[in-house]
Design a protein around this ligand. Structure first.
Ligand code: ADP
Ligand code: MG
Length: 559
């Protein structure tokens, strides 16, 4: 038996680990399963290249609770460690990991985000365990090793009689962490962090219908037919899907595969996504993922169903702020990239070159996808417009690059349900809707019912009236007015409409001059002329003898 002291530069690292990782102590399981996965994938690689002359087989990772003994086991069938390797990787890596931890911590103690995702790896086990054992047998022909450490820098290392290859980590769960002996809590964690990890993870067993057994039909004495019950069998409960859709090639996936994966990601979402965007790039950074445009409905739960960030199929966070442009955080799905630095603060993240590139890549992919949807099936695109416009309009406002691209597919619906692109609208109205300065005037309404008579009036004059009712429409109008040359937007119930130069003026009042005069007198007293304008002209298609307008400049002053 070897006795030794873990090489740490401070008296005792464990109180530090406990203290500073406390808010995120549940990540210990993610770390240990990540190590078990690494050990398995390393072995796979070594057998592939012929360096390990053993049968790789179908290795899995098992998580087991021994509630009575207050132990949690994580068992893998990976490459294992020799006693020498335990010395090297466990005892000494703790030293460098700890030092790095302390360095990082010094500069940025205020930023709680930093610690949360800082990979302390194996030693995070001590956040929840008062004692940790490693029993490991290398794939190499060497005896197994048994390492024990009780949370002080002292450890013991001795030979063990484990014969099967792989590593078993045993956590003796501490008094203040007994929640991690609860099946439901561990299942919750496995679901959160490990749902798509690449090696199958077993957690207990479950009963399923025996696929080999076809229930027979039983006919009773009255001739009534019933099916005999399914035969149940007990199988391993594998909690993860080792081959999630985003790790596959887009060409290998059908529409249904994307929809099924959406359901896997958000089991509580019953609404189907509108469409998806498969991200797949390996230069100048590595990134895969699938983004979905959700249907913006009342069951939108922006807080809960968010884009999830993974690194090599390990869940990291569902706070993608700083990585995904803000206007796309309303989307759902996953992104997986080993190139996103996580042990840094959010503000650093936003300044990071690689992250900036990732963010603009995502923006470009989303714009390209929207464009191709628009080009390939315009009718469908129009049908979805109401659900996607918030994201698109928000993107046009916040990302110049997106604005430029969106010009080709952003739609401007009229009150009659015709959808124009900007260019189409421009061509449609340029001859008929300019003011005396030759400026194009785009008329719009925001409420079809409230502005009904004005809309009718404008239509009667042959004008196009857009229906712009998004919450951010006033900002969008401003943006368009400044980006497009020589145009202005005017509310259909504003006074601009009278200044338009029309080719064929067909708005001849139904009132004769005397009637107009009488009416004028009457209205003068009841309608303040500094706020409203009265137009005594009839709309030929409606019964309105006059309309009251509020001048555009006054409205703007009020707003
Ligand atoms: P990291 O995973 O970042 O290298 P860890 O502290 O998580 O750091 O693990 C330290 C090292 O211990 C690993 O790199 C690996 O060599 C070894 N190790 C940990 N867990 C296992 C395991 N289950 N099987 C084999 N080796 C392991
Ligand atoms: Mg690790």
């Amino acid at each position: 038996m070897t006795k030794g002291s873990i090489n740490v530069s401070v008296e005792n690292i464990f109180p530090l680990i406990k203290k500073f990782l406390y808010s995120d102590h549940e990540i210990f399981l993610r770390e240990l399963i990540s190590n078990a996965t690494d050990a398995t994938l390393k072995l796979k690689h070594l057998t592939n290249i012929g360096e390990a002359k053993v049968e790789y087989g179908n290795p899995q990772i098992e998580v087991k609770i021994d509630k009575d003994a207050k132990k949690l086991h994580i068992i893998d069938q990976g490459l294992g460690m020799t006693a020498e390797e335990v010395e090297k990787y466990i005892n000494q890596v703790a030293f460098s990991g700890a030092e790095e931890f302390l360095d990082k911590y010094k500069d940025s103690a205020k930023d709680s985000g930093i610690i949360g995702h800082f990979g302390l790896g194996f030693y995070s086990a001590f956040m929840v365990a008062e004692k940790v054992e490693i029993i490991t047998k290398s794939f190499k022909d060497e005896p197994a090793a048994h390492w024990t450490c009780d949370g002080s820098p002292e450890f013991t290392l001795e030979a063990a009689d484990k014969t099967e290859r792989g590593t078993e980590i045993i956590l003796h769960i501490a008094e203040d962490s007994t929640e991690f002996l609860e099946e439901s809590r561990i299942r919750e964690l496995l679901n959160k962090y490990n749902k798509f990890m690449p090696v199958p993870i077993k957690f207990g067993t479950k009963e399923i219908n025996d696929p080999e057994h076809e229930p027979a039909t039983i006919t009773d004495k009255d001739g009534k037919e019933t099916k005999e019950p399914h035969r149940q069998i007990t199988v391993d409960d594998i909690i993860n899907n080792p081959n999630p859709a985003w790790t596959k090639q887009p060409t290998d996936l059908k529409d249904d595969d994307y929809k099924n994966f959406y359901r896997e990601l958000y089991p509580m979402q019953f609404e189907e996504p509108l469409f998806n965007i498969h991200l797949n790039v390996d230069y100048p950074f590595n990134l895969t993922g699938i983004l979905y445009f959700p249907k913006m409905g009342q069951d939108m739960n922006i807080q809960k169903d968010r884009i999830q960030l993974y690194q090599n199929q390990v869940f990291v966070t569902d706070n993608v702020e700083g990585i995904v442009p803000e206007f796309l955080t309303m989307l759902r799905g996953v992104i997986d990239s080993p190139d996103i630095p996580l042990n840094v603060s959010r503000s650093y993240l936003q300044a990071d070159g690689a992250v900036k590139k990732i963010s603009s890549y995502i923006t470009r992919k989303v714009a390209d996808k929207l464009k191709s949807l628009f080009n390939s099936n315009r009718e469908d695109f129009e049908a979805k417009w109401n659900d996607i416009k918030v994201v698109i309009e928000y993107g046009m406002l916040s990302e110049e690059k997106f604005f430029e691209k969106a010009d080709a597919f952003a739609l401007y619906p009229t009150v009659d349900g015709t959808y124009y692109t900007y260019e189409e609208l421009f061509n449609k109205i340029k001859a008929n809707q300019t003011d005396k300065d030759d400026k194009l005037v785009i008329l719009y309404a925001s409420d079809k019912d409230a502005q009904h008579s004005y809309i009718e009036s404008a239509k009667a004059k042959g004008y196009e009236v857009l229906l712009l009712d998004s919450p951010i429409v006033s900002h969008l109008i401003q943006k368009l007015e400044t980006s497009k040359e020589n145009i202005s937007f005017a509310r259909v119930d504003g006074d601009h409409i009278d200044n338009l130069i029309k080719k064929d003026d067909n708005t001849i009042s139904k009132l004769d001059e005397d009637q107009k005069k009488t009416l004028d007198e009457l209205l003068k007293d009841v309608i303040p002329s500094d706020k409203f304008m009265v137009q005594l002209e009839a709309m030929d298609s409606s019964a309105n003898p006059f309309i009251i307008t509020q001048p555009e400049f006054m409205r703007r002053m009020k707003e």
